[in-house]
Design a protein around this ligand. Sequence first.
Ligand SMILES: C[S@@+](CC[C@H](N)C(=O)[O-])C[C@H]1O[C@@H](n2cnc3c(N)ncnc32)[C@H](O)[C@@H]1O
Length: 251
Amino acid sequence: MKNKYGQLSTLVYETDKPVGVSFGDVAYYLERLRDVNGPILEPGVGNGRFLVPLLQANKTVVGYDASAHMLEVARSTLQQHQLTAELVQSDFASYQSAPRFDAIVIPAGTFQLIDSFETACTVLGNFYQQLNVGGRLMLDLDAAQAIFTSQPSMRKWQVGGGSIVTLSSTPLNVDYANQVSTELHRYELWENGQLQRTELEEFVLRWWSPSEISMALQLAGFTNVVVSGGYEYGRAPQSSDELISVEGTKN
Ligand SMILES: C[S@@+](CC[C@H](N)C(=O)[O-])C[C@H]1O[C@@H](n2cnc3c(N)ncnc32)[C@H](O)[C@@H]1O
């Protein structure tokens, strides 16, 4: 399975990006969501990095994620913080709900994990369906150049005791026609110098141009679509921006 966020991938995410880590997104979205009092949906909720600050801001949140490992971490993090949220195991394309959300928010470039344009458009249509009238969709995307220029790399994390996890990342393919890049991620867990476990993951990301994502939201029915650069709402994206965010409203 692609983008599976298995056991070691989850361990690395939680070690590298636990609750408290922000890419500038936490403050940005808390501000954008300040006036939202109804339920918020976070697709790809992961380990709860963003969920916990939302709940601490007294928001009501439903989160879903395809990875059972990520959801397990999120559940234990909520328990540690004495917070509650409805968490569901689901894929982007399969999650069903009646219109009941006042906002849907997808930080951390998570929307790019949908590697087909057609599926992404179907998911945007589902988001539109799941929002109440007046509800807003907010998501962000890494700039295209960061995705199709990725280089082979090796990283390691201390994960407690004498254990480390290494991640070697190898670019496999860049499909310019479909705007999809594929890397092979090889995670290895080492204890006291002995290899304990290996996990392979095909990591696939689709890149979007600012005008393309704007049109895709409009195609799904969203209005007041605003694409911004660098978490500065309303500032048009520039070539140097590492990140673009997009927001649209259901009328
Ligand atoms: C980059 S992490 C983001 C986690 C969290 N939202 C955050 O902001 O830190 C992406 C998450 O999307 C989930 N994911 C990947 N593919 C998915 C899919 N097809 N459907 C639902 N969730 C998916 C992964 O399991 C992972 O938890």
